[in-house]
Design a protein around this ligand. Structure first.
Ligand SMILES: *[C@@H]1O[C@H](CO)[C@@H](O)[C@H](O)[C@H]1NC(C)=O
Ligand SMILES: *[C@@H]1O[C@H](CO)[C@@H](O)[C@H](O)[C@H]1NC(C)=O
Ligand SMILES: *[C@@H]1O[C@H](CO)[C@@H](O)[C@H](O)[C@H]1NC(C)=O
Length: 397
């Protein structure tokens, strides 16, 4: 008994030492102490980058602390690799430029690059000030349009966590995840009006083992868009709407795009979105593969095109009708997809004539058409696979 108590006591001392060590390994860099001014007008970008550089070169856990308040900053690049872990703790509200000259030529307003072990959190917000920029977006009529800045760009950011932050009114995508590995995004909130152009919530490309959990995304474009080279993505507990739904694609715009594979998208609620779960590929398009994708437990409320594969994606309407998409879609499982559809065609599998979809698996589909002109229907072209369990509308596979 005594030796057991002594053992417990020794353990507690050890725990205390470990905790003290962890705390002493942390250094907080409060931006206010480094010349940042919380007046909402002074351009703090240089000061923020200076603070970042100091926190990033700290060998323990370097914390960039942004206290409550409103801050203005033009574009910033936060680069690693860092010596230790770096926490970007935003408690305040950070505002992007509204003057066109201040954003011309920047891909992202705030860019995090080449970092391992980054954490972004703090409950604060990133306000992209989109209304000042959306009128300059002519991308739906001009194929060579100049892209407006993304609010937060993560490039080559690995083993990191982004959580408990808000993104408001991005000029273009809210968040872009590119070349990242094992990074988790959770409990974030993204808001932009339904009419705002190209304000995708989270766009992912060339990234492996990204997780997106328990987030709210209301935008004018895709809730989550999944581009070439995305592998082992897990999405769960995301609420979307308004917006264009959860999309794989568009794929096949460029030659040599990397495949998209091993995705699980589950437990999501979509409300009032133009599409539900979608795979879109350009036609014509060079070859690539979409393989092993599961959409499961998706609750649709008043959603247009709840389930749609569109291999003739051509938003401008002049892509030529001759050649078809060479993107092979195979092993797409749709399981327990239910709710209401704004369109009569609730399940639309429009696959490529030259690369028919293979191994589509529809299990327990229950989609009710909202309109007055009859029940929901399915439409299949060049789609192969099986349907089982409940099938409402009746499957066309
Ligand atoms: C993150 O992982 C990717 C893919 O493995 C790699 O290309 C990149 O260099 C890594 N980033 C860092 C900062 O190490
Ligand atoms: C989706 O809606 C259902 C019922 O309305 C609710 O129980 C569930 O928690 C919601 N899921 C998310 C991710 O919000
Ligand atoms: C499909 O993807 C899931 C999720 O990444 C993975 O667990 C599973 O092993 C993959 N299956 C095949 C056959 O590749």
């Amino acid at each position: 008994m005594a030796s057991r108590l002594a053992g417990h006591f020794a353990f507690l001392i050890l725990l205390f030492v470990v905790i003290t060590k962890v705390q002493s390994d942390q250094k907080v860099f409060n931006v206010i102490n480094f010349g940042v001014i919380a007046d909402g007008k002074t351009d703090n970008s240089k000061a923020f980058v200076d603070v970042w550089n100091q926190a990033c070169s700290y060998s323990g856990r370097g914390v960039v602390l942004i206290p409550k308040g409103t801050y203005y900053a033009s574009s910033m690049v936060f680069t690693g690799p860092c010596k230790g872990q770096t926490l970007f703790s935003i408690n305040g509200n950070l505002k992007a430029p509204t003057d066109k000259k201040a954003w011309a030529g920047t891909e992202s307003w705030i860019s995090f690059r080449n970092i391992i072990n980054l954490e972004i959190s703090g409950g604060g917000s990133f306000d992209g000030q989109g209304p000042s920029a959306w009128p300059y977006n002519d991308c739906n009529t001009n194929p060579n349009c100049v892209q407006l800045p993304i609010s937060i760009g993560l490039d080559f950011v690995n083993d990191s966590r982004i959580h408990d932050i808000k993104l408001i009114n991005s000029k273009n995508f809210n968040m872009k995840v590119f070349g990242c590995l094992r990074t988790t995004i959770e409990r974030i909130q993204i808001t932009a009006p339904a009419t705002s152009p190209n304000t995708d919530g989270i766009h992912i490309g060339s990234s492996t083992s990204i997780k997106i959990f328990d987030s709210l995304i209301a935008t004018g474009d895709d809730c989550i868009s999944i581009g070439p080279g995305t592998e082992n993505l897990e999405v769960s507990g995301v609420t979307c709407g308004p917006g264009h739904g959860i999309s794989i694609g568009s794929l096949g715009k460029y030659a040599n795009e990397a495949d998209v594979k091993n995705l699980v998208i589950q437990n999501c609620n979509l409300t009032g979105t133009d599409n539900g779960v979608r795979i879109k590929t350009w036609a014509p398009s060079p070859p690539s593969i979409v393989y092993n994708v599961t959409f499961e437990n998706i609750n649709m409320k008043d959603v247009g095109n709840p389930i749609i594969i569109d291999q003739q994606y051509c938003p401008s309407g002049n892509c030529g009708t001759q050649a078809s998409s060479q993107v092979q879609i195979t092993g797409v499982k749709l399981k327990n997809i239910f709710g209401t559809s704004k369109n009569k065609v609730a399940v639309n599998l429009n696959c490529s004539p030259s690369k028919p979809c293979q191994k589509i698996d529809l299990t327990d589909i229950d989609l009710i058409y909202n309109g007055q002109d009859g029940a929901a229907t399915s439409s299949c072209s060049n789609a192969r696979g099986i349907a089982r369990g409940r099938q409402e509308p009746p499957s066309c596979l």
